[in-house]
Each structure stands twice: as C-alpha cells, then as structure tokens.
Design a protein around this ligand. Structure first.
Ligand SMILES: Nc1ncnc2c1ncn2[C@@H]1O[C@H](COP(=O)(O)OP(=O)(O)OP(=O)(O)O)[C@@H](O)[C@H]1O
Length: 355
C-alpha cells in the first residue's frame, strides 16, 4: 500500500505538488493521471526518496522509502527507461542491480523471460529501441519480486503488441494482490487498464474514484436531433417530458431516451428530421474537461488518426490537452445536472484541497 498525506513539493515559487492525500491499494491497477506538468513524476520521485517533500509524508507499507532495508524487494519502479548504462548487456545490467540489492541471480533470467528479452539478453542496451528499453526497465522493477510496482508512462515507445502486453502484465500483477500504480496522460489507455483513478492537475488532487464510477458519470449518452421545424419539435419534446439542450449548431440534445422513441414521436406529429443520432461523450473528453483548468501549457498537439494524443518519448516535448469544447448547455454551463463542475463529485474530501 502507498499512502500520501498532505504531500507537498515546492521548487522556489513553483508548487509542483500541492497537499496530495490519497492511498493506493493492493489488488487493483491504480491509474495516476494528469496533464503534462501536473506533478506526477515529482510525486513518484518523492515516493522513491529521490526528492524530499517540502511538507507532508509518503509511506510504502507504513514506512518511508529510506527506512526500507531492501527497498527493491518492497517496491519496483520504472521512472525513466533511458536511465540505463548503454555499454552493459541487458543481462549484466540486471545482474548488477541484483547483486547490489541481495537479489538471487536466477531472478535475472526469470524477469528477462517475463518481459520477452531473453533473445537479446547478451546484447548491449545502447542498441535497444525505446520499446526494448521500456521492457528492460520493467524487468528491473520486477527483479526484487516486490509487492508494490510503480510505472511512469510505461507505454511510451511501445508498439501496439507491447502496449497490449504491458496492459496484461499490470493487470496480472494486480490480480496477484500487488499494488500497481501507473502514471499516464492518456485517459483512453487508462480506461482499458486501471480499476481505480487518481487525477491531479497543477499538483492538486482532482479525482480519487473507481474507473467504473468515472465511466458511469462521464459516458453521458444522448440523442442528437436536427430539424427544419425547431419550434414545433421543441414543443412536442417538452410536452412529452423531455429536457432539451440546444447545441451550438442549433441541434437538440436529449438525454434519457432512445433515438427510436424520438423518431416515432416526431413521426406522430409529422415533423421532418434531418438528423437522429445516438451520441456518447468519450472518456478522453471527460478527462480533458476535468483537467482543463489545470493545463499549464497549450501547444499544437500531434494526434493519431483516431484523434488520440501521439505517444512520445520520455523527456521529449509531449502532447498537451487542448481546451475542451464547451459543454452542451453552452459556455459556462455544466454538462451535467446539478450545477457542479466536472470532477467535483470525485474530489477526496480528506484532501482539503479542492480546486
Ligand atoms: N527540479 C525541478 N525544478 C523546478 N521545477 C520543477 C522541477 N521538477 C519539476 N518541476 C516543475 O514541477 C511541475 C511538475 O512537474 P512533473 O514533471 O512532476 O509533472 P508531470 O505530471 O510528471 O508531467 P509530465 O507528464 O510532463 O512528465 C512542472 O511545472 C515542472 O516544470
């Protein structure tokens, strides 16, 4: 278990991590999400004792990292896959780590097998692709057979097969009862991997919720309808008890009903429809809404053909979320009933630090 209590890190005037309080529990994959510069890496570094908190505390199974006598047997981490001595072979790299941490050398072969690098075990890692480097970093994290695993953007540089592999690896480790904490700035990737979510923005906690809850609250489905007779259709829909939101382009958005029902209703009143389409808001959109106020830098982002942010190498300039589209009610309107801003329902009351 990982426990953060009021964890804060300042660099001069800059508050990188701002009173973070949350717990990462065993048995599930916990996703750690936030836009670039949100403070994910700083948090992870403090967890490993690589940075000291300005205030607050972080514990691994009840102890600070520095208090762990054989830390790699408690927590394994992949922070920067490039932090490898390129002149060493993969096998020797892992053997050095094993020997200096009193880990039996037979673990080296085992973890190389687990990550699929057995065939290149005697090759120098400087010739490795980014994806192979990620696998070697993951092998090092697994070496001490720790109960807690932490991965910082582990899918960076992996091809689709590699992404599939690491997704299953993380789920498998969690299924063994381990604590798996994985950072990403890709909501869509986390939706396939994590059961629990911690979302931060500008160092502050924005959400601490189960993925199921996040999906339920954000996969808002509605039916989009366009008609050349908007006033008449509005009257018919309102009389039938539907709540109608008018979109920016004049289309109607109706929640809580099916397209077929709306089509029949329009036909009964001999109203012409130019569009009748079921819609579902994506999780990526929900994540961007939640973190929109927290995005530090806006850039012209590279996206994949599917509209996903393009994965990039650690240390390279990364994709930044763009300001999200206005919610259906128009600028300043909450996209959900109740007048709350997105994300407010997941804030951890214990953190005492909502936005
Ligand atoms: N050593 C440092 N000195 C000054 N500022 C720092 C230092 N390390 C991090 N920061 C700043 O703290 C903030 C949080 O950075 P951090 O790298 O933890 O974010 P992140 O969520 O991991 O981002 P990314 O997804 O881009 O890796 C950023 O504004 C960053 O510029």
């Amino acid at each position: 278990m990982i426990e953060l209590q009021g964890l804060t890190k300042r660099y001069g005037d800059k508050t990188a991590v701002d009173h973070l309080t949350f717990t990462v529990r065993p048995g599930v994959v916990t996703g750690f999400l936030g836009p670039n510069g949100a403070g994910k890496s700083t948090t992870m570094r403090m967890l490993l004792g690589l940075d000291s908190p300005t205030s607050g505390d972080v514990r691994i199974d009840g102890r600070r990292y520095a208090q762990l006598s054989e830390p790699l047997k408690h927590i394994g981490a992949l922070l920067d896959a490039k932090a490898i001595h390129g002149g060493r072979t993969a096998y020797n790299h892992l053997l050095c780590i094993a020997q200096s941490n009193r880990i039996p050398s037979h673990r080296v072969g085992e973890v190389l097998e687990t990550v699929g690098l057995t065939a290149v075990a005697r090759k120098r890692s400087k010739g490795f692709s980014l994806g192979m480097g990620q696998r070697l970093g993951i092998a090092a994290a697994l070496l001490g057979d720790p109960e807690i695993l932490m991965f910082d953007e582990p899918v960076n540089g992996l091809d689709p097969e590699g992404i599939h592999w690491i997704r299953n690896l993380m789920k498998g480790l969690a299924a063994q009862g381990r604590t798996v904490f994985v950072s990403s700035h890709l909501m869509s990737e986390m939706a396939l991997t994590a059961e629990h979510l911690i979302v931060i923005g500008r160092g502050r906690l924005l959400a601490d919720t189960s993925m199921a809850d996040f999906i339920e609250k954000n996969s808002r489905s509605y039916v989009r309808v366009r008609t050349p007779q908007p006033e008449q259709l509005m009257d018919v829909l309102t009389a039938a008890g539907h709540t109608v939101v008018t979109a920016g382009d004049g289309a109607f958005e109706i929640t809580g009903t099916e397209a077929a029902q709306l089509g029949e209703l329009a036909a009964q009143h001999q109203l012409v429809l130019h569009e009748l389409s079921p819609q579902r808001a994506s999780l990526e959109e929900a994540f961007m809404q939640l973190t929109a106020e927290s995005v530090e830098y806006h850039a012209h982002g590279a996206v994949t053909p599917g509209g996903e942010p393009m994965p990039v190498a650690p240390g390279q300039p990364q994709w930044q979320p763009q300001p999200p589209p206005q919610p259906p009610g128009g600028p300043g309107q909450p996209p959900q009933p109740g007048g709350q801003q997105w994300g407010s329902q997941w804030r951890n009351p214990g953190s005492g630090k909502g936005r």
